[in-house]
Ligand binder design. Sequence first.
Ligand code: G6Q
Length: 540
Amino acid sequence: MMNIEKLKAYQEKIKQYNLIDFFSKDTERANRYSIQLEDIYFDYSKNYLNKDILNELFDYANSCNLQEKIEAMFTGEKINKTENRAVLHTALRNFANKPLFLDGEDVMPKVREVREKIKTFTNAVHSGEWKGSTGKRIETIVNIGIGGSHLGPAFVTNALYYYNQDGIKVYFASNIDADDILQILAKCNPETTLFLIASKTFTTLETITNANTAKRWFLNSISDEKAIAKHFVALSTNEKACLEFGIPPQNMFEFWDWVGGRYSLWSAIGLSISLAIGFDNFEDLLKGAYEIDRHFRYTPFELNIPVIYALIGFWNRNLWGYNSNAIIPYSHLLSDFPLYLQQLDMESNGKYVDLNGNIVDYPTGQIIWGESGTNSQHSFFQYLHQGTDVIPVDFIGVLQPQHNEMLHHQWLLSNMIAQSEALMVGKSRKEVIKELKIANYPDDEIESIIPHKVFVGNRPSNIFMLKKLTPKTLGMLLSIFEHKVFVQGVLWNVNSFDQWGVELGKQLAKQIFKDLNSKEPTNNHDSSTNKLINMLKTLF
Ligand code: G6Q
C-alpha cells in the first residue's frame, strides 16, 4: 500500500487552478522551478506543482529511504535481489581513483584495464596499425548485438554524428530477420570489415545467429579460419562461449555480471562508440555521466535533477493516473532517444511484483514513446493536444547546432517552445471567436466550429535544454534518465534491474521452432497456434 493520502489532498486543491494561473501569480516561477547544471537546463515549471507538493513528494521519497538506496547502489550492495547481483554501471564511469569493493575485491583496476584496452584498440584501428587479414585498413565496423547490447551504442553513435571519425563507417545489426544483417553485409568488404559481437551472455539467439551468418559470409570470401582473429572481436562476460565461436582471448573485451544489459553502453559494449567517435570522445561521454552520478548522489533532493524528474513522473503516474509519457527530442540527431528509453524505462520498471514478491496494488512504469520534432507535430501531436488522455511530454532541445543553417534551427526551437506553451495554455473559446472573426468566418457557422477549435490546455511538460550536443552533455543526459528510472523503481519498490518478463517469449519460441522442424503436424498448442505452425510447416 502506498501512503499518498496527503498528496491526494494537495492534488484536490490544486486541480481547481489552470497551469497558466501559477505563472500569472508568480512571475518568478520559471526561475523557481528550473535547474541549470553545467550545460544542461531542466525546466519543470509547467507541471501541476507547488512548493507544498514538492515537499510532500520529497517526504515520500524519504519515506522510501531513497538516499540510503542510492548509496546502496553506488557502493555495490546486491540490490538486484532476484539475480543476487550488484548494480555498478556507475563504476564504469567512475573517475574518482578510489577503490570500490565488491565481495572483498576492488573492481576498479579491472574497469580501468578494460578501458585501457578499448583505448589501445581504438587507436590501433584508427591509425591503421590494426589491419585486416589481407593487410588493409579497417573501414567498416559492424556491431552485432540486441537489446542492451545494441540500443545504447546505436543511439549514441548516431547522436554524436559530428564526432564520427573520418574513414570509419559503423553499422548495427540486431534483428533475427536476415534482412537486417544481409543489407548491412551488402555494404561491407570482408577485407576491411571488423565485426564486434556484443553479447553479455554470448548465448542470445539473435546475436549468435547473426554472428554465425557474418562468419559464414566472411569465410566465403576469405577462406582462412585464422583470418577471423583480425576481423572478429567479442564484447562479453562469457569467455568460454567466445572461444568456442573462434574468437581468441586477446580479442575479448570483458565486462561483468554487475553491469545490466540496458546499462552497458559504458562498458566494453561501448567499443562501437569508441571506434565511431574516438576514445577521447568516448571518455568524455563517460565523464559526463560521472558528473551526473556525483550530482545525483550528493545533491539535496530539492536541487537534484534525476530525483525531481522522477518525482514528477511519479506524481503524474500515481496521482493523476497518466500511464504514458511522450519523449520528443527537437534534434534530428536524438531521433532514436525514445527507442533507447523504451528499453531503459519499460524493461526496468514494467513490474507488477514488488521487491518482496507481492503483487502491487498501484501502477508502476509507464509507456514511453515518442519521435523527434517537428516530424511528430505532423502526426500524433493532434492526440497530445486534443485527445481524451493527458500525456505528459518531455521535450529535449539543443541550443547550439553544429551546422550553420540558423534559419532551420530557429524554426526548430521555436516549434519546440511553442508546443510546450500550447500544451499548457491551450486556446480558449474567446480566442477562437476572435480568430474566426478576423478571418471573416461566416457568423452563422462560428458556433458549430468553436468546440473543434478550442484546446483545453493544462497539459504538463518538461524541457531539457542542452547547450550543445557533445559527448559530455549526452553522457549527462543519459545518466539523468538512468537515475530517474532508478528513483522511480525505489518509489514503486520494484527491482529495476531484472527482466524476467522477457524470458517467456524466448522459451515459447524455442518450443515452436522445434514443432516447426518436426515431421508430423503439431497438436501441442491451442487451435490458433497449431494452425499457424502447421501453415508454416508447408513452407519449409
Ligand atoms: C537488458 C536486457 C536485454 C539484453 C539482450 C542482449 O537489460 O537484459 O535487452 O541486453 O537480451 O543480451 P546479451 O547481451 O546477453 O546478448
